[in-house]
Design a protein around this ligand. Structure first.
Ligand code: F1P
Length: 357
């Protein structure tokens, strides 16, 4: 790729390549025995602590939430900085002796420091999950799960995050089998490709045609962490102001910013669909534009949204999170380009935060 490629070209290409990286992730992890190896080294019966920064922190929270909710594996997550600043309290709260350090680059200083801290006095079982196996992080951990095929040329992480999510979903299933979820992850690459064919153009056109200055992403349960990741993508790629809330929390103050310059995106969950759509409808009546990502297009879903993205209702919900994450990636890259920015080279960002040590 030359330096002269059009703005956002690389990022967009990587966003659209995700179904293939999901396929590769599932194929490699079972073909090379990684899942069996990790299943033998770690335990589903002991608590886990996930650690990361930025997108890797949101992924940590998302996976901890999904493992607990669907697989009954006890897991929690912290930022690397919280572990560094208050290690005793953090480790006591988590009660974990299996640590997962997530870093796409494997170079983020805070994560490296956290891995160093965990080595003493008694080294626990530590798993580094990264898209670059040849990093200092891997050297500091007892085990490594590397997904180099999912790494990006771009600065902003897109397919790396969703592919690490698929890897964690596969690992969770290795511990606590769920045939329905296994089948849904097998089908995910084809579903993802069909989803992009049906929805990518609609999301891009919507983001090109409408002008927004503020963005709110809403979700409940695990989707709250997807909402955080979504807001970060829009911030990074389009230098816009984006926030994330638990859906029903938006009534408790944030709705004050809802007007015609605000885009509010709901990542809806089936269990709370009616309640969440009520919030979305209220915000639309307050003047905001609304985007709804949901399993099915009910009448209320259609009435409350300017852009409705359907995921399909014939797959388990956790198998759809990777596809849900793509919506904000496409919004971010399209809005960044429309604002005259280059999402391949976001303002003030580096690929990883590497500090003087
Ligand atoms: C973590 C991270 C990214 C963010 C930014 C700085 O990177 O916070 O999520 O987009 O570019 O670094 P990593 O530890 O996952 O490599």
């Amino acid at each position: 790729m030359t330096q002269n490629s059009p703005p956002g070209h690389r990022t967009l290409r990587e966003i659209l390549s995700q179904p293939e990286t999901w396929r590769e992730t599932s194929r490699r992890l079972s073909a090379d025995g990684t899942l069996d190896r990790l299943k033998r080294a770690f335990s589903a019966d002991r608590p886990w602590l996930f650690v990361g920064c930025g997108s890797s922190y949101y992924l940590s929270q998302l996976v901890a939430s999904l493992w607990g909710r669907h697989l009954h594996i006890r897991a929690s997550a912290v930022t690397a900085s919280d572990l560094l600043f208050s290690p005793e309290e953090t480790l006591w709260r988590a009660g974990a002796d299996q640590m997962v350090l997530i870093s796409r680059s494997g170079e983020t200083t805070e994560v490296l420091r956290a891995a160093e801290l965990l080595k003493s006095p008694a080294p626990p079982r530590t798993l580094s999950v990264t898209c670059n196996g040849q990093t200092p992080l891997a050297a500091l951990c007892t085990h490594t799960l590397a997904l180099p095929w999912a790494d990006e040329e771009s600065m902003v992480g897109t397919r790396s995050l969703t592919s690490m999510l698929v890897a964690f979903q596969r690992l969770g299933l290795a511990f606590a089998g769920d045939p329905g979820m296994e089948a849904a992850l097998d089908a995910l690459p084809d579903r993802g490709r069909a989803f992009l064919q049906a929805s990518a153009g609609r999301i891009q056109r919507f983001a090109e045609e409408r002008r927004f200055t503020d963005f709110i992403f809403m979700g409940q349960g695990p989707r709250y962490w997807l909402a955080q990741e979504s807001a970060l993508k829009v911030m990074e790629m389009s230098s816009s102001y984006a926030q994330a809330y638990h859906t029903l929390e938006v009534r408790h103050g944030p709705r004050a910013i809802a007007d015609r310059d605000t885009l509010i995106t709901l990542l809806a969950s089936e269990a709370s669909l009616d309640e969440e759509i009520r919030v979305l409808a209220e915000l639309r009546r307050a003047g905001a534009a609304t985007c709804l990502v949901a399993r099915r297009a009910t009448e209320a879903a259609r009435e409350s949204s300017d852009l409705l993205i359907e995921l399909g209702d014939d797959q388990p919900e956790p198998a759809q999170h990777a596809m849900s994450a793509v919506v904000a990636q496409l919004l971010g890259v399209t809005i960044g380009i429309r604002k005259g920015l280059d999402p391949d080279r976001p303002h003030n960002l580096t690929r990883a935060v590497v500090l003087d040590r």
